[in-house]
Ligand binder design. Sequence first.
Ligand code: NAI
Length: 334
Amino acid sequence: MTPRRVTLIRGDGVGPEVTEAAMRVLEAAGAAIVWDEQLAGKAAVKQLGTPIPDALMNSIRRNRVALKGPIETEVGIGFRSINVALRKAFDLYANVRPIRSLPGIRTAFDGVDLVVVRENTEDLYSGIEHQIAPGVVESVKVITARASRRIARYAFELAVGEKRRAVAAIHKANIMKLSDGLFLNCCRQVARSYPRIAYREVIVDNACLQLVRDPKQFDVLLLENLYGDIVSDLCAGLVGGLGLVPGANVGRRVAIFEAVHGTAPDIAGQDRANPLAVIFSSIMLLRHIGQDVPAARVERAVHRLLGKTRVRTSDLGGTASTSQVTARLIELLR
Ligand code: NAI
């Protein structure tokens, strides 16, 4: 296998711990990857004086694939979210988050198997906010037909590619008649080209209720940016939490893989973070670059770890550390 160069951003908080775990596991699985490590966020400000160095952007542009740890975004102050900036710079318009029940993880539901497809470039994340008078601010929600049709097409193509049966567009067009109305119209238009995939629309608050009642009624969820962000965490909760759910930010040229979770400041630096979410994201990365054999090996090892051993971090009710989970996975791979 020819080695593939992949940009690596370790990130903040638990990022360095969990990305290190993923790199070691991938190596043990025989993945052919040469890591091109770059700084971003706080670490980059400290060493290079800017949160998004040119070297980082050039590296991603060159390699077209990256594995990224979570990056801190300060609330209300500080530099703009690096995550949002990267998604915009590389036009990573689709955020894809597979949500699956896993062996050995007991939750209220079995057999959950859905994919959250979230529009990643616009909506309230456009960052257009201003004060129009003291005590009055506006935050602008931008929805375009182009981005809505593009994400809808992505969701339907994913449904076809993964032999899934249904797409549900999640919205609040009863209140946001123009913006969410436009999004829905685009979804409907696209749905007409896919007669074999069932299409329905669910208002976002009802979708949350339905998801925690019977998640198996859903297959592919198609959402704007903000609803997608919130519903992703809810969906993570259905299958065991943020420590398990992977994600990919995909554009036409570049894809950046990362866990759904953030920097987990409450447990950072304590060797307690669950590395499995980033490891699952790395499995998606391996498949994206055509390394299906090591991807399947890592997946089998994680399933054996969860299904057959009690080695798990405290978010899953265990007592193992990040390094113990990593070491056991490497053992299972050998
Ligand atoms: P968070 O996901 O960091 O933490 C939420 C809760 O989940 C915490 O109790 C944490 O301990 C737990 N948790 C998260 N990941 C875990 C793991 N791997 N193992 C075990 N437990 C885990 O969300 P929060 O607190 O809202 O955000 C913290 C920071 O992360 C913020 O600065 C935020 O902007 C940033 N963030 C970055 C993301 C990214 O880079 N993609 C995504 C989400 C948040």
